[in-house]
Design a binder for this molecule. Sequence first.
Ligand SMILES: NC(=O)c1ccc[n+]([C@@H]2O[C@H](COP(=O)([O-])OP(=O)(O)OC[C@H]3O[C@@H](n4cnc5c(N)ncnc54)[C@H](OP(=O)(O)O)[C@@H]3O)[C@@H](O)[C@H]2O)c1
Length: 280
Amino acid sequence: MGSSGNRKETVWLTGASSGLGLSCARAFVKAGCNVAAGARSFASSEGVEDDAGYHLPLDVTCEESVTSFAKKALALYGPPDILVLCAGILILGPFEEYTLDEIHRVMDTDFYGMVRTVQAVLPLMREKGSGKIICFSSINGLLGIPYQGAYTSAKHAVEGFCESLFMEVRPFGIQVTLIEPGDHRSGSSAYRAHALRASENPAYHPSFDNVIAVIRHDEENGSDPERLGKKVVRLSRRKKMPLRRRIASPDQHLAVFLHRILPGRLFMSVISSYYRTYQK
Ligand SMILES: NC(=O)c1ccc[n+]([C@@H]2O[C@H](COP(=O)([O-])OP(=O)(O)OC[C@H]3O[C@@H](n4cnc5c(N)ncnc54)[C@H](OP(=O)(O)O)[C@@H]3O)[C@@H](O)[C@H]2O)c1
């Protein structure tokens, strides 16, 4: 049961088919909410209702798809009390070797996809005079990680977008919060593609391989996605949500803190040596 008396809260959620989005969808369903769960792969299971909610097809890179998702979710459950934006992809590679199309694809999903969905939902929340928007950023929204340049750029855009949005929609009773996860075990490697030309340029060997090995290790030993799902539900229940909520391991919290206090070049050296970008 939701927090609004006997009425079930309605949650619209993007990226619900995998990883942290799936964990959040399950946690909201478990908490008694109606969840309109969107993902591209739900095109083949549209109308199925399971422990992640009611499956609806959604491609956040396509305006018609976002509009159609919004229409169907509205007809099903009414306007959302909570919008959770998890859809995301990551393409690994040296900036020199990314194609612009690859950078565009990451931005289109992780940033513009979020903007498109928020634009579709804001009129409904404004009319209601309330709503909570929960946007998935990342530790990469706060600091750069080598060979995750496209993703880091998109997540930095998400951070700026949410700060501006927070102030604009607050007068309408709408709250905005950023979730900044560190590594979690959940992510599917299907969404961690390598840039087509990632391994072609010998100038970036073995640095690229070292970094990929560290990223893989960190993901495999990451935090529990189920716990994150529960934390997001708890956060959504707060009368006043914070602007930011970092859900990360102690060393990742430390990295963010050091990023804030250390001179830039020194911090870059710390991160570079962690990822072994200099090691030959
Ligand atoms: N996992 C982590 O450690 C971690 C850390 C920091 C931040 N995050 C953030 O948390 C969110 C979830 O990441 P994840 O790694 O847990 O998930 P994931 O397993 O990589 O899954 C990504 C989700 O996004 C959906 N998606 C991708 N492109 C889409 C599109 N064009 N339209 C609609 N949905 C799309 C996928 O579903 P379909 O393919 O079915 O569309 C899938 O449900 C992302 O925003 C990510 O940046 C994750």
